[in-house]
Design a binder for this molecule. Structure first.
Ligand code: SF4
Ligand code: SF4
Length: 331
């Protein structure tokens, strides 16, 4: 990160005033506090702004790839595709890890084929990362240093505003108020963060690629899985979806909905054959896909260490836990 960039530091209230000022031009999504004490990405009028608190629990990339959406509607003589939203999205509240995830799914939805439904929302959207001294329980959140349009780096009191893209710069210029802020110490704290999660996942990936992990391991892990699919539903890089048609009178709507590789019918074919017909194969696939198949296809491990699957899994077999077990047993 360049030290000479804009270092205006604003309060949460000043940032909230800015959000109100840009609402006519943008469909704004920010972390809001919910009544149950959790946080979610929502519109500013849906709850109090809650920039601090770390990664929001839900899948942040759902703003561009929602759990359920209508792709197109057939009526006699016409097919209506889902159009672009009326206003571009302004999404604030990604973490640095979420920005890495978004960068990957931008590739996923654009290379080989271009997903118009995804890019209808993604094109023109402005994304802001929140980082610094505002994690859950005082945790320091890694500074992204790019991969987004702008960043709010919390110094413990205010948020230092750092624009990266031209769109980010134009928007940040509209933030009123603030005092001078400094990034240097914050950057040092970010640079000092550990890489243990990434290291253990990287090592597990290597062991899997070297075929050091026996099939019996997957059966043992699968025996603990209750098939709730929370891991997939929370993961910002899980992109599998199912498509189905819903008919009502003369109208047919085509919907898409997130799928999960932990579902029994995930790859079941029309013939009844299921190449992932056991819980062990499906569990292996959930991990193997990100640590082996994606590195072969995309050139990188597609877990970016956001920690959501480990947090939501009720039986403790998220990707970090499984990777750690692989390394401990076979490393
Ligand atoms: S930590 Fe889990 S939820 Fe987060 S990117 Fe990795 S696999 Fe997905
Ligand atoms: S969250 Fe845990 S228990 Fe639920 S499907 Fe995923 S691995 Fe299985």
């Amino acid at each position: 990160m360049q030290k000479d960039r804009t270092t205006k530091a604003v309060t949460s209230e000043e940032f909230e005033a800015f959000l109100r000022s840009v609402a006519p031009q943008f469909d704004v999504r920010v972390p809001i506090a919910l009544e149950d004490g959790t946080r979610a990405l929502g519109r500013p009028d849906e709850g109090p702004l809650a920039l601090a608190g770390g990664a929001i629990p839900g899948k942040p990339t759902s703003v561009f790839f929602p759990q359920f959406e209508t792709e197109l509607t057939y009526r006699p003589g016409s097919i209506e595709m889902q159009g672009a939203p009326e206003k571009p999205l302004l999404v604030v509240g990604f973490t640095a890890q979420d920005a890495d995830c978004l960068e990957f799914i931008d590739r996923f939805f654009s290379e080989e084929y271009c997903d118009d439904i995804y890019f209808g929302k993604r094109t023109g959207a402005v994304v802001g990362v929140v980082s610094g001294r505002c994690g859950a329980g005082g945790e320091f959140l890694k500074i992204a240093g790019g991969k987004c349009d702008f960043e709010l780096v919390c110094d413990g009191v205010r948020f230092v505003v750092v624009p990266y893209s031209e769109a980010g710069r134009r928007l940040c210029d509209r933030i009123q108020g603030g005092v001078d802020g400094s990034l240097d110490q914050l950057q040092r704290e970010s640079d000092a963060l550990g890489t243990e999660f990434a290291d253990v996942v990287g090592r597990a990936s290597q062991l899997l690629r070297e075929e050091k992990v026996p099939e019996v391991f997957w059966q043992e892990i699968a025996d603990r899985c209750i098939g709730c699919t929370a891991c997939n539903l929370a993961c910002p890089t899980c992109t599998c979806f199912d498509v189905y048609d819903w008919k009502c009178g003369n109208t047919v709507e085509r919907h898409r909905i997130w799928d999960s590789c932990q579902f029994g019918g995930f790859m079941r074919e029309a013939s009844g054959h299921n190449p992932l017909g056991t819980e062990a194969l499906r569990t292996r696939r959930r991990i193997h896909h990100k640590l082996v198949a994606d590195p072969e296809r995309w050139g990188l491990i597609t877990c970016f260490f956001c920690g959501r699957c480990d947090k939501v899994c009720p039986v403790g077999i998220g990707i970090e836990a499984v990777s750690r077990e692989i390394v401990e047993r076979y490393g």
